[in-house]
Design a protein around this ligand. Structure first.
Ligand SMILES: Nc1nc2c([nH]c(=O)n2[C@H]2C[C@H](O)[C@@H](COP(=O)(O)OP(=O)(O)OP(=O)(O)O)O2)c(=O)[nH]1
Length: 146
């Protein structure tokens, strides 16, 4: 793999993701479009934090872009994080997971994506990116032992 981009920007990639929980403690999961990296895998909606942007602000922006709903920074709570190992070829990722129970609007997936509400005990059966496996386990513990 061409890793010259790492020399230009060696920083860790910061990604924020949201566990949107309904009143039954089901969580909204999103399936990535097939034509993107990690296509077809189920993930927490979210995305990359942009330069000079705070994580909670990035989450509000990404959730509006991806699901067409509004959330407020004051309603998101950090839950846990996961980090990939540096391998010298791809930029390491730190993935911050937040929870939120309040939103305005009806979630609609982006073209090519899909969404679904899942009991947290069912998350283990979904095909997910590797970093999401420990996040899903932590979320399940959280909703069962708040
Ligand atoms: N949103 C999200 N990204 C995740 C999760 N797990 C995981 O490994 N990732 C990775 C996939 C991508 O490498 C990166 C997020 O990239 P993205 O493509 O979703 O971000 P973005 O919306 O800002 O994308 P872009 O089109 O602006 O490039 O984090 C997850 O649960 N949610």
């Amino acid at each position: 793999m061409d890793a010259t981009f790492l020399a230009a920007d060696p920083a860790t990639l910061l990604v924020v993701a949201l566990a949107l929980l309904d009143s039954s403690d089901r969580v909204l999961m999103q399936r990535r479009p097939e034509n993107r990296a990690q296509g077809g895998l189920w993930e927490f909606p979210g995305g990359k934090v942009e330069p000079c942007e705070g994580p909670a602000a990035a989450l509000v922006r990404e959730i509006a872009e991806e699901l067409g709903i509004s959330i407020h920074e004051s309603d998101v709570t950090p839950l846990t994080f996961a980090a990939s190992q540096a391998d010298g070829t791809t930029r390491p990722i730190v993935l911050l997971l937040y929870t939120c129970r309040n939103w305005q609007g009806e979630p609609v997936p982006e073209p090519g994506a899909a969404i679904g509400w899942y009991e947290t005990e069912a998350l283990g059966a979904l095909a997910m990116p590797p970093l999401d496996v420990p996040l899903a386990a932590a979320l399940h513990l959280f909703v069962k032992n708040p």
